[in-house]
Design a protein around this ligand. Sequence first.
Ligand SMILES: Nc1ncnc2c1ncn2[C@@H]1O[C@H](COP(=O)(O)OP(=O)(O)O)[C@@H](O)[C@H]1O
Ligand SMILES: [Mg+2]
Length: 464
Amino acid sequence: MTENLIAQLTETLSHFGIRGTIGEIFEGPLITDIQFQPTTGTKFSTIAGSIKDIARELGVSGIRVSPVVNSTYISFEIPKPKAQTIDFVPLLQSEEFINTTGALPILVGVDMHGKPVIKDLAKMPHLLVAGTTGSGKSVGLNSFILAMMAKKQPEELKLILVDPKRIEFSMYNKQRYMLCPPVTDMSMAARWLEKLVDEMNARYAVFEQNMVRNIGEYHAKGKKMPYIVCVIDEFADLILSDKNVEKQVQLLAQKSRASGIHLIIATQRPSVDVITGVIKANLPTRLSYKVSSPTDSMTILNMAGAEDLLGRGDSLLLEENGTLTRTLGAYAPNEDIVALLAPHRCELEDIDYSGIITGQQIQTQTQEYIAQQEKAKEDALNNGKSGGFVAKIKSYWDKLGKPMQRRIVSIGIAFVMALINNKSSKKSALENATDAAVKSAKRSAKAQAKQAITKTILDSLNKK
Ligand SMILES: Nc1ncnc2c1ncn2[C@@H]1O[C@H](COP(=O)(O)OP(=O)(O)O)[C@@H](O)[C@H]1O
Ligand SMILES: [Mg+2]
C-alpha cells in the first residue's frame, strides 16, 4: 500500500521534472509522511508551486510539502484515506504526559508521527487559536482545560471560561476549578477581564512585598496562589461587542506572564478587526486549525498553509521561537468529559478563593452574576407566561443565527427606506400642489390688482 504510494509519488514528481531519492517514511494517524531528497539545484519553490497539480494527479486533496528542519530532505504529507481519531483519555495516561513537569501542561495532540505534543501554557504564555466552524477549536479547548486540570489541584488552578454559544463549557459549571460559572454574557466577560487586570496588579504588589519576581518564586517560599487561566471561545463576539476588551487583553498579554494569569483565546474569524496588530504582537504562540482562506492563515500564522489542513483537529502550532509543528488534536467524547469532571463537582459556595488577592471582589461579582442570570431566566419565564408570543418570536430570532438576523435587519431597513422614499414623493406632490395653489393665488391677486388699477385710471379719465 505504502510502496504503491511511493511509486506513484516518484512517478508523478517526474512528470513535473522533479527528481530525487526517497528517504524515511512515517505512518501517522492522519497522513503518510514521505521524506524526499531532491537532486541538487531543485528549488523548493518549484515543488511547492506544483503541489496542487501533484495532488490532483495522485488523486488526493491537500498534500502539504515542507522542508525538514536541519536536513536536505523535504517532506510530503499525504492524507490517508481514513484519518484515525486520537482519543484524549489514553493520551492523558501516556508516559509522556505523566512525566511532564511544566506548570500548566496542555495536550495539543499528537504530531504527524503519532507522538504526543505537550506544551506548557505558563511558558507560551498565552495561546491564540483560530479555525473555521467545525475545525476542532472547542474540542481542542476542552482537551487543554482537562489536561491542566489533570495536573493541578483545584486550589492550584482557577478557570474563567467564556462561551457566547452557551453550550461548550456548560458542564464545567460548579467545578471546584471555576472562579465563576461559565460566562455567556459578553458585557460580563469584559468585566471579568477587567477583574483579571486588577488581580494581576494586586499580585505584583504582593510579589514586591515578598521580594519575589514571579509566581514560581512566591510558591517556592511556601505561599499559596493559584494559577488563573481565562479561556475565551469565539473571541470575535467579545471584541466586536466591546472595543475596551482589546485594551484589557493587551495589558494581560504584555504583563501577566509572571503573575500566573494566562489567556487562551479562540476565534473562527481570524480577520484583522478581531486579531488586531496589538493582540497579535502580544500573543506569539498560535494554533491554527483549518481556516477558510490563505489570508486567514497569514493573519494567524504569518504564512499561508492552514487553509489546506484537513479539519477535525488537524492543526499547525506556531511557537514563540518560530517553530511550526503539524499536530492532530485529541478528542474526548462528552461522556469522557463528564467522567473526568465528576470528582470535582461542588456547590458554588464551596469554591475556594484563597490565594486570590481580589477573591472577595470576585466572589461578590460572581454572586451578582448568578443573581443576574437567575433574574434573566425568571424574566424569560414570565415573558413566556404573559406574552408567550413575544417570547416565542424572541427565541426564534435567537435561533436564526447572526448572518440570517443581519439579512432580515437589512431587508427591514430597505423596506423602511422604500416607505420613506414613497412618503417623500407624496410630500413633494403635496408641495407641488401647494406651490401651484400659491402661484395661482398670486396670479389672481396680480390680475385683481391690475384690474383695480385699470379701473382707477379709467374712472379718473372718465371724471375728466
Ligand atoms: N481532534 C478531533 N478528532 C476527531 N474529531 C474531531 C476532532 N476535533 C473535532 N472533531 C469533530 O468535529 C466536530 C466539530 O468540532 P468543534 O471543536 O466543535 O469545532 P469548532 O469549535 O471549531 O466549531 C466535533 O464535534 C467532532 O465530531
Ligand atoms: Mg466551537
